[in-house]
Design a protein around this ligand. Structure first.
Ligand SMILES: NC(=O)c1ccc[n+]([C@@H]2O[C@H](COP(=O)([O-])OP(=O)(O)OC[C@H]3O[C@@H](n4cnc5c(N)ncnc54)[C@H](OP(=O)(O)O)[C@@H]3O)[C@@H](O)[C@H]2O)c1
Length: 308
């Protein structure tokens, strides 16, 4: 039977952090969790947008809605956000690594890394490592990392991770979204090996009408892409439907660690959440460990103590 928002168990007493909670899938995820009683931490890069989302959700929320300043393109901001969660809440049950950027022209993060790799992968990698000690204290805690169907076409270019020699916006997006799945799987393996009950799960929304595509078009100023999205619009589902796989991964009692949930429709573009095929590249353990090590080096820390 189709899993829908009505199946979300009561979340009273639980705390969930959603990155990119002011827009699209993040906003829908925050709304659904708040309506089921979770305290939701809206982790957003622009306070004004975060506050607008908070005001929108407040009438629906059954518990607290709090803003956390988080710029995933700035590792110092990631560390500050994690410290704030530790200091002000001292508890975390769900971490939803949702925020993302898609296929902009080559830009650098504050730390000098290619923006998509930095925001979509490295920032979430660092945030997850910093919040794991809190998550591991809660029975049934989960880390959900939002990827994309683009991960099927992704490849990790280990000798040019930052696209310095060659940059293509879509290739870099595919790399970052493959990295999302690889991190989710490797984290699950590490948590299980350490005997932790915390689950790490990946999800993807298929195609959903959000700000992702308009932002991507605006960043490139590409009228052809703009036209393509208008023509493809009938294939897109609502943001609320697109958020279901990540919600399923976050709260469905039968969701499995190390799985990837996406829509059940044609080519997994739309529909109800089901377990989906994972790209062979993400199933390669040695490649995953190589990415993990490279990510630790780029973030400048060792996650060993956090995971074990
Ligand atoms: N929509 C789709 O069809 C689709 C398909 C496949 C995968 N996805 C994935 O779904 C996730 C959510 O995207 P969406 O579709 O909901 O797009 P969206 O509406 O554009 O939302 C993206 C969110 O990420 C935030 N963000 C961007 N850069 C950030 C940074 N440096 N630090 C912190 N937050 C940042 C944005 O903040 P601002 O509002 O301030 O920019 C926004 O809140 C992404 O990971 C995306 O790759 C979406």
């Amino acid at each position: 039977m189709a899993w829908s928002e009505a199946d979300i168990p009561d979340q009273s007493g639980r705390i969930a952090l959603v990155t990119g909670a002011n827009s699209g899938l993040g906003l829908e995820t925050a709304r659904a969790l708040a309506q089921r009683g979770a305290t939701v931490l809206l982790a957003c890069r622009q306070r004004s947008r975060g506050e607008a989302a908070r005001q929108q959700l407040l009438p629906l929320a059954r518990a607290g809605l709090e803003l956390i300043d988080l710029d995933l393109a700035d590792l110092a901001s990631v560390a500050a956000a994690a410290s704030q969660v530790q200091r002000e809440f001292g508890r975390l049950d769900l971490l939803i690594n949702n925020a993302g950027v898609m296929a902009p022209p080559r830009r650098l993060s504050r730390d000098g890394y290619e923006l998509q790799f930095a925001v979509n992968h490295l920032g979430h990698f660092a945030l997850t490592a910093a919040l794991l000690p809190l998550l591991k204290q809660q029975i049934g805690a989960r880390v959900v990392t939002v990827s994309s169907g683009a991960h099927y076409f992704g490849r990790i270019t280990f000798d040019d991770l930052q696209g310095e020699r060659r940059y293509d916006p879509w290739t870099a997006y595919g790399q970052s979204k493959l990295a999302n799945v690889m991190m989710a799987l490797d984290l699950q393996e590490r948590l299980a090996a350490a005997g932790s009950t915390t689950l790490s799960i990946a999800a993807h929304p298929g195609l959903a009408r959000t700000n992702l595509q308009p932002s991507s078009v605006a960043a490139k100023g590409s009228w052809i892409e703009g036209l393509a999205y208008r023509l493809l619009d009938p294939l897109f589902q609502s943001a609320a439907m697109g958020a279901l796989p990540q919600l399923h991964a976050a709260v469905a009692p039968d969701a499995r660690g190390g799985a990837l949930y996406g829509p059940d429709g044609l080519a997994n573009l739309g529909g109800w959440p089901v377990s989906c095929k994972i790209a062979a590249a993400a199933l390669d353990g040695s490649q995953r460990r190589r990415l993990w090590q490279a990510s630790e080096e780029l973030c400048g820390f060792s996650s060993k103590t956090a995971v074990a």
